[in-house]
Design a protein around this ligand. Structure first.
Ligand code: NAD
Length: 338
């Protein structure tokens, strides 16, 4: 079966998804690329062999020759467009976050439950990264004992926008960490605290968070959006009988000028290239079979990330330790997600 796709949003992520589906995976064809900037949509459509380009996401979702949808437009469009996909009965791979508002996430959950089957696969692709896969395996095999802590670092070269804030580090960057940690530990959060050191300039300073899980584990997360030196993600899972640390991913090391070094990627697309491919392959399988992938994030996971981010933003602004209070997990999502 060939899945006919609409790609909504033709910026960094949309163009990357379009290229992966068109060039690196079998079983997909691109029907239409949509962007608010029509010339950008046309450019990506031409590069990836899509027949059409347009500016109207809803019209693309409703097309009879579109089986499934990829949403890679800005955050505020994710929930409304996901609901449009659910209403049209079309599976959707929606970039993270599902919404920055937990209330809006709940609307997507309700629409999906009313439709009677899962439609939304969320783009928290870290779950497909081999480092986190191996951390989960270390826990399920019992090799490192009961988990005690997880330490996480997320560093970007510089902020995507000049007006980026500490709150945005929590609501836009940290959700990747919130999601993959609860996926690895298999547990929800109980509380979150957040602090920032002071920088000597006006750029946004790192945000350091400490979370407690309902099982009594501690999770530390540093998000440094102005790390200057490269895109660098680190993690270590510490158990009672051992620990698993993520290695720096590099194919080569250069020895020269009396020193030895490995390179950093400029951004996430290179570091997580394989994870995006695995995620997108799982999406095509989901479209073909209707079975929600065991590894993938669901709307429920999007809601969970949004609730933690909201509590984290409050913790940062009030200097308090905030409880993370989620609704009970509906049975629908016990079946739908791992
Ligand atoms: N999974 C990941 O690792 C990852 C990494 C980066 C970004 N993201 C997410 O992907 C999404 C896109 O990020 P990006 O970096 O590609 O941004 P971008 O700014 O490069 O691209 C967004 C595109 O959407 C278009 N657009 C704006 N409003 C639109 C609308 N209403 N309908 C259709 N198109 C519209 C813009 O013209 C632009 O081309 C964001 O939600 C972001 O949070 C995910």
């Amino acid at each position: 079966m060939t899945t006919r796709l609409a790609i909504i949003g033709a910026g960094l992520m949309g163009a990357d998804h379009a290229r992966i589906f068109a060039e690196e995976l079998s079983g997909a064809s691109l029907q239409v690329v949509v962007d608010a900037d029509e010339a950008r949509a046309r450019r990506v459509a031409d590069q990836c062999g899509a027949a059409d380009a347009g500016i109207d996401p809803e019209a693309a979702i409703l097309r009879g020759d579109v089986d499934a949808v990829v949403i890679a437009s800005p955050d505020f469009t994710h929930a409304p467009l996901s609901k449009a996909c659910i209403a049209a009965g079309k599976p959707v791979l929606c970039e993270k976050p599902l919404s920055q508002s937990s209330a809006e996430c709940l609307e997507v959950l309700e629409a999906e439950m009313a439709a009677g089957r899962p439609f939304v696969q969320l783009g928290f692709m870290r779950r497909y990264d081999q480092s986190y896969v191996e951390m989960r395996e270390a826990l399920t095999s019992g090799r490192i004992g009961r988990p005690l802590m997880m330490h996480n670092f997320h560093r970007n070269v510089e902020t995507p926008a000049a007006d980026f804030t500490g709150t945005m580090a929590i609501t836009n960057s940290a959700p990747h960490e919130f999601d993959v940690v609860r996926h690895v530990l298999g547990c929800e959060y109980a509380s979150i605290s957040a602090w920032q050191p002071r920088r000597s300039d006006t750029r946004v300073a790192p945000v350091v968070m400490v979370l407690e899980t309902l099982d009594g584990q501690l999770v530390t997360i540093e998000v440094n959006n102005n790390a200057a030196y490269g895109y660098d993600v680190r993690a270590e899972l510490v158990g009672e009988a051992g620990s698993v640390a993520m290695n720096h991913v590099a194919y080569t090391r250069t020895d020269a000028d009396l020193s030895s070094g490995t390179a950093y990627e400029p951004d996430w697309r290179g570091r997580y290239a394989e994870a995006y491919r695995r995620q997108n392959r799982d999406f095509l399988r989901f479209v073909a079979t209707g079975d929600f992938p065991a590894t993938a994030s669901s709307s429920w996971d999007g809601y969970a990330a949004a609730i933690v981010a909201e509590a984290g933003a409050r913790a940062l602004s009030n200097g308090t330790r905030e409880p993370v209070q989620m609704i009970g997990r509906p049975d629908f999502y016990r079946r739908a997600a791992a």
